[in-house]
Design a protein around this ligand. Sequence first.
Ligand SMILES: Cc1cc2nc3c(=O)[nH]c(=O)nc-3n(C[C@H](O)[C@H](O)[C@H](O)COP(=O)(O)O)c2cc1C
Length: 192
Amino acid sequence: MSSPEIIAVELAKAYRLLNHGPTVLVSAQHGNDKDVMAAAWACALELTPAKVTVVLDKSTKTRQLVEQSGYFALQVPCYAQIDMVHQLGTISKFDQPNKLEDCKTELFYQDELNVPLVSGSIAWLVCKVIPEPHNQQTHDLFIGSVIAAWADSRVFRDGHWYFENAAKELRSLHYIAGGTFYLIGEEVKAKL
Ligand SMILES: Cc1cc2nc3c(=O)[nH]c(=O)nc-3n(C[C@H](O)[C@H](O)[C@H](O)COP(=O)(O)O)c2cc1C
């Protein structure tokens, strides 16, 4: 379900949604087949035109849907979603066809784009795959051109994150290993 807090993010500022290195959720759809997986290895690649990278292992069903459709979304999940994020990263839809229902993952769509987005996240980037068969096969590395981006205005507005004044539940997750994450911490400023 879409929420009233969702605001569009200009594509030139989309890299800031990933600059702090959050664990993301990768979603994709081909026909009626949809899937979502967790990914720690996602990164901004270029400012304008906005591009991102994500590593999608060959064992994942989500990767198959990305290859079939040519599109994926990266979303930044938050502490309120920690158990779902870990489940989406440990269960494969290849093994558990009802994965999304079992993980209680609700999806919504924005702007007529046929790329499913995960409700309750704090930022979303819809990406079109820039085909690089060598990188995809050899390094499992996918490059996407960001075609639309949104954020939850309670934590991101005017091109900046405002985690310091937000509820703990809205803080981004940063994966370590074995089900352990850090939450984004306090803001500190370097001297100009
Ligand atoms: C926090 C977390 C981060 C992960 N990061 C990645 C990643 O960057 N790339 C990857 O291929 N798999 C990653 N995984 C593993 C996939 O999310 C996992 O294989 C998932 O079950 C695939 O689901 P699917 O087959 O339904 O697509 C991660 C798992 C967790 C828990």
